[in-house]
Design a protein around this ligand. Structure first.
Ligand code: IPT
Length: 990
């Protein structure tokens, strides 16, 4: 058996220890190494460890790097399935083998002391030699390994040789859903280890929330002094544990670190100490005695150009972006991150579940037969991985739980990992989602449990419950976040979770015309792959935020700004099969309180004032303004503008609101007319306060006050004025004017601007969340190939029946055009004929106008895209984008860019000529059709046409998260129903 097939963790490495810096000399061996890739071990050159080996014909490759990202071999993506036969522990003979050589010199001082050579990550197996002597073999790609090298070093011409294999027995334990990428992808460092130095330590800093005092204990492998000047502490390690006195605790919200050091006579180690205590009590996960709510994301390490060799700046950018988007927790899916990432979490404040480098998901394809998790011969490898993680990362206050790994089913080796972990570290709970029976874990963890199931779990009271993965952020989505938040806030035991996932793992490529795009599975000619399933993040591969991140930020707001007594969610119903429900099909703009000015003409009438969301009455008989924390706002009408109130609720777990400034602004149809500061008293976590807004000046059009909470001063992770939370108060409802009423023929132009006249459209390019759920039904129903039959034309009224081929159901659609010189009115009445199975992607109209009218301004919700179940982050306002800017460049093209609750939109050319559309609609504007969008596989497949296609919708179906998880919740589903839409088109400019 070769060392590649051996199930052991490897050989030769030193026992694991903490990762830390010290004043002992260290030498980074990162940089350009000589490199040679062979297709197999058999093809690899012999003797690479010899000083005399001639590597002059080799290439150069940077360390750290994944070789596939630099032209050696190709990346390959699979999710669950192994890309090689399931034949443990054997791997293919065609096993790409990368040979690395580095020659380096050393100052002579290095030769007088012990030294270790540290590799922070080699994927998947490395055999290492220094100056011709073998140091050992290491597996465990995302874990460190160290080798004793002091006696082998010389002043000149040290030769370090590493043979790295893409596949090894370890690959069976590393079946995470990500690109298969190989090589020395994390740092390589030579560390002097002074005799009498500190080779390992574990400083525990507990916090007693009942007394406010900190307690310090240290485990160190020799006599040492602990110094924390700020606390007046200078103690011999043998005199510990000690009471550190009253301290400020560490939390993710207040990441207070005390600087100090641990020193022996020969080495000094800088410390950053965070006092905090994690417990499980009353069935809840608590830190410093308080239940915490995890507003988390799963983070893989990926860079679009560099693979898993993620630069420090990128890790820092991730942490800053997370903090800036109200994220408070990270699960390091599914392996320990680069150690520097955890320093960043300590410093900036994120709760961390540190997860071991372990996943054997591919065995699920063979019924978990021979799964290593329950096979004793793999126990050493399992324990080795856990020990290397826990020992490396034990000093981080940010880590509040250890996770055994991901998707490795269950078995004795996992139980052994848990029991070792508990015996080694009693201060942190153990997490593992695969232990469904909770036999060896401390928290109950699930992935993608539906809302209904979380509701059920919430009603039982055993262990704390978290969703280690939920809300699959693939493509357009995730939908349904609001309803998860409600459950996490309703049940003390449901303590939040981690969105799947932080980023799209796209790989940046350039096509033959030099156009950049992001590649996914299958783009590198892989024989087996899982397509775009690796593109499921809240940020795009280049880390620009997707609309999903904006939505998440809103959902995760630690301060909530709302109306007194306002219900948080609006349940929006798009009709149920077979029912005629025009009012309920409308956006919440129709769900008005009693005094809403009813739209005139033949607009859908608003529902009666018994709307469940009707705002409570204020003294004087006026309905209160409604305040929306987002897309759930209402358009209450208000006679008086001097008695507006807002409720400010503190949803932090630990912090007051002192670090925030509150301000308000009044906008008259989206144009700011007044603004001011809103003085907010201190509000304790979990408490709320009702505040009076100042008297608002008179306005003309629909008017809203927006209240924002921003950082009062610079924080470590964002500058002063960084927005944290907002809410809107309607102060004046929309006034609508009567449109012109002379009958008109179906127009071919609007004031001379040619158009393709609006026609019923039910189709959208399926999102990746539509694909596993609704798309099949939609295609079966023929929604992508509707046929329009003319029934009659009478005056300005055209009656049609629109239906798919081969199906009996259809829609009667009546278009009534009226107008005058500059204005055209269109009323469309839609009535289903027969039973429509399933949902509809959209219900509305599609029209087109020439490409030059590409400047868009609208008054409605924005600025970002929104759908029925992803609309919390969209605020009522006036926005100006170009058509091109309105596209969301999902890596896999799909429906995107919808703007909701739009009162008017103007599309103009560069000289201000164009068309204004008024009504009450959702819209998308794009330079290609939904069919083009549907057919495209990558962003570069989309070619602008001579037209701008405009969809003006009554509604679209929600988005859901069916790519992995529940589909669209019933209240956000769009079903065929009787509905009307009325639009006014006005020619703008000359
Ligand atoms: C779950 C995996 O844990 C995660 O790595 C990722 O693959 C995710 O699915 C989907 O993107 S496992 C799945 C069976 C729920």
């Amino acid at each position: 058996m070769s060392y590649l097939d051996d199930v052991s963790p490897g050989y030769g490495a030193l026992p694991p220890r903490a990762a830390f810096s010290s004043d002992a000399p260290s030498l980074s061996l990162n940089g350009d190494w000589r490199f040679h890739l062979s297709p197999s071990l058999a093809d690899a050159p012999p003797g690479i460890e010899q000083d005399t080996f001639d590597d002059s014909s080799w290439s150069t490759l940077a360390v750290p790097a994944n070789w596939q990202m630099h032209g050696f071999g190709k990346p390959a993506y699979t999710n669950v399935q192994y890309p090689f036969p399931v034949d443990p522990p054997y791997v293919p003979s065609d096993n790409p083998t990368g040979d690395y050589r580095l020659t380096f010199d050393l100052p002579s001082a290095w030769l007088t002391q012990p030294a270790v050579l540290r590799f922070d990550g080699i994927d998947s197996c490395g055999r290492i030699w220094l100056n011709g002597t073998e140091l050992g073999v290491t597996r465990g790609s995302r874990l460190p390994s160290e080798f004793d090298v002091g006696s082998l070093l010389r002043e000149r011409g040290n030769v370090l040789a590493v043979r790295v294999h893409q596949w090894s027995s370890g690959s069976y334990l590393e079946d995470q859903d990500m690109w298969w990428l190989s090589g020395i992808f994390r740092d390589v460092t030579l560390l002097a280890r002074p005799t009498g130095g500190i080779s390992d330590y574990w400083l525990r800093a507990d916090y007693d929330h009942t007394t406010g005092r900190g307690y310090l204990s240290v485990e160190v492998d020799g006599p040492a002094w602990l110094s924390i000047p700020e606390l007046g502490i200078l103690r011999a390690s043998t005199d510990l544990p000690i009471d550190a006195g009253v301290v400020e605790p560490w939390t993710a919200e207040t990441p207070r670190l005390y600087e100090g050091y641990l020193a022996s006579d020969h080495e000094r180690v800088p410390l950053r100490i965070g006092f905090r205590t994690v417990t499980i009590a009353d069935g809840q996960l608590k830190v410093n005695g308080k239940r915490i709510l995890l507003k988390g994301v799963n983070r893989h390490e990926h860079h679009p150009d560099l693979g898993r060799a993620v630069p420090y700046e990128t890790a820092l950018a991730d942490v800053l972006m997370m903090k800036q988007h109200n994220i408070n927790a990270v699960r390091t899916s599914h392996y320990p991150p680069h150690p520097a990432f955890l320093d960043l979490c300590d410093e900036y404040g994120l709760w961390v579940i540190d997860e071991c480098d372990l996943e054997t998901h591919g065995f699920s394809e063979v019924g978990w037969e021979r799964n290593p998790s329950d096979d004793p011969q793999w126990e050493a490898a399992y324990l080795d991985r856990m020990k290397r993680m826990v020992e490396r990362d034990k000093n981080h206050p940010s880590i509040i739980m250890w996770s055994l790994g991901n998707e490795a089913h269950t078995g004795r080796n996992l139980a052994a990992m848990a029991s070792w972990t508990r015996s080694r570290d009693s201060t942190r709970p153990v997490h593992y989602e695969g232990d469904a029976a909770c036999e060896y874990v401390d928290v109950y963890s699930r992935m993608y449990a539906s809302h209904a199931e979380v509701d059920e779990i919430g009603q039982t009271t055993e262990l704390p419950f978290i969703q280690c993965e939920y809300a699959h952020a693939m493509g357009n989505g995730p939908g349904g976040l609001l309803e998860y938040r409600e459950l996490f806030e309703k049940y003390p035991r449901c303590q939040g979770g981690f969105i799947w996932e932080w980023l799209d793992h796209g790989i940046r490529q350039v096509d033959s015309e030099g156009r950049p795009y992001f590649a996914y599975g299958g783009d590198f000619g892989e024989t087996i792959h899982d397509g775009s399933f690796v593109i499921d993040g809240l940020v795009f591969p280049d880390r620009t935020p997707s609309p999903g991140l904006h939505e998440l930020k809103k959902i995760f707001e630690p301060v909530r700004i709302s109306a007194p007594g306002a219900a948080i969610p609006t349940t929006q119903t798009h009709g149920t099969p077979g029912t005629a429900n025009p009012a309920a099909s409308k956006s919440p703009a129709s769900s008005n309180s009693a005094e809403t000015v009813a739209p005139q003409g033949d607009f859908d009438s608003p529902p009666p004032s018994t709307s469940p969301q009707a705002a409570p009455a204020l003294p004087g008989g006026h309905p209160a303004s409604s305040v929306s924390g987002g897309g759930d706002g209402e358009k209450g009408s208000l006679g008086a503008v001097d008695n507006l109130k807002v409720v400010v609720a503190n949803h932090y777990d630990f912090s007051g609101l002192e670090q925030l400034s509150f301000a308000w602004k009044l906008e008259d149809e989206g144009v700011e007319v007044a603004s001011g500061i809103l003085h907010t008293p201190t509000v304790q976590p979990g408490q709320e306060v009702t505040l009076d807004l100042p008297k608002m000046p008179e306005t003309q059009g629909e008017s809203w006050v927006t209240v924002t909470a921003t950082l009062a001063k610079d924080a470590a992770w964002a500058n002063a004025n960084h927005p944290i939370a907002w809410g809107q108060v309607n102060v004046k409802a929309r006034q609508q004017t009567q449109g012109s009423r002379e009958p008109r023929e179906v127009p071919r132009d609007i004031g001379g601007i040619p158009i393709e006249a609006p026609k019923l459209d039910l189709w959208r390019a399926p999102t990746e969340n539509d694909k596993p759920s609704d798309e099949e039904t939609w295609r079966k129903n023929g929604l992508h190939r509707l046929q329009h039959r003319l029934i009659s034309v009478e005056g300005g009224t055209t009656k049609t029946r629109v239906a798919p081929p081969a199906r009996a159901f259809g829609m009667f659609v009546t278009y009534t055009w009226t107008g005058d010189e500059t204005t055209l009115n269109l009323k469309v009445d839609i009535e289903p004929d027969g039973e429509w199975p399933g949902t509809l992607p959209r219900l509305g109209l599609r029209m087109a106008l020439p490409k030059e009218y590409g400047n868009v301004e609208w008054f409605g919700r924005g600025p970002n895209e929104a759908y029925a179940d992803t609309r919390q982050a969209a605020a009522v306002g006036r926005y100006k984008y170009t058509v091109d800017e309105m596209q969301t460049p999902y890596v896999v093209p799909q429906e995107n860019g919808n703007r909701t609750e739009v009162r008017w939109a103007e599309l103009t050319n560069d000289t201000g000529e164009g068309i204004r559309i008024e009504g009450d609609f959702e819209f998308t504007a794009r330079r290609w059709t939904s069919e083009d969008l549907d057919a495209a596989e990558h962003t570069i497949d989309l070619t602008p046409t001579d037209w701008i296609y405009l969809n003006l919708d009554i509604a679209q179906n929600g988005v859901g998260t069916a790519a992995c998880g529940p589909g669209v919740l019933p209240q956000y589903q769009l079903h065929a129903h009787k509905a009307s839409i009325e639009l006014t088109f006005t020619r703008l400019g000359s």
